[in-house]
Design a protein around this ligand. Sequence first.
Ligand SMILES: O=C(CO)[C@H](O)[C@H](O)COP(=O)(O)O
Length: 262
Amino acid sequence: MPSDLSPIDKAKFVAAKRATDYVENGMKVGLGTGSTAAWLVKCLGEMVREEGLKITGVPTSSRTAALAREVGIEITSLDEARWLDLTIDGADEYDANLNLIKGGGGALLQEKIVATSSDRMVVIADIGKQVETLGAFPLPVEVIPFGWQTTKALIEETLVGMDVMGRTTTLRLNGDTPFMTDEGNYILDMHLNRIANSRQLSLVINQIPGIVENGLFIDICDAVVIGYGDGRVEVRDINEGTVETDKIDFLDNDNLFSDLSD
Ligand SMILES: O=C(CO)[C@H](O)[C@H](O)COP(=O)(O)O
């Protein structure tokens, strides 16, 4: 039941619920990864089952693919879909220009490919993800395992010339072994604290051999749906220049909570 959820989970849920307003019958929808995106997949699953919503989902990770199947959303690959109407995904940080840090869940590569293949990207987040300057959240970078220590050293050397506050880079672990992405790569987390020029950093980092992609999403996100623990939501659309507020009633969603809460 809703009262069992923490305020952060309530905020994630209301953001996800409000974002389903963007989804229309017949759409091809990129499905993000992470705990906020999981709420979205559950909400969409309920709409498919209860309201006859017809969508095709393109998941951004094996985890999301499994959840989408479980809740009854038809899924396909990006190669089949080719171009998507919309992607809805979570984020680790967003700034006033809706530039993002993503990849906390290790799915940044597929997430970036899917988001850039979409007419529109909508981010769903709790208010705690909002920052003035990106970088407090460690920036994930996906690297191929071959020579990763050399790649790490090259990154740290490159950072000397960049306007960032920290330069440590750590290999993400899963227990005692390296965390492995769906593509069989490793993640290096860059502890930068403050990224003065995220656009420049993103371009420079991606020039280093061994780096597949970084978690900076620059000029990709069109709108953010921000959730609060009391049910309020705020929708900021960067293209329309609009800010809307709304409130989601938890009581309307009792079925969803009792059926699908983890
Ligand atoms: O980028 C991501 C996964 O790679 C997630 O969207 C991001 O980490 C946010 O996750 P959560 O919704 O669990 O806070």
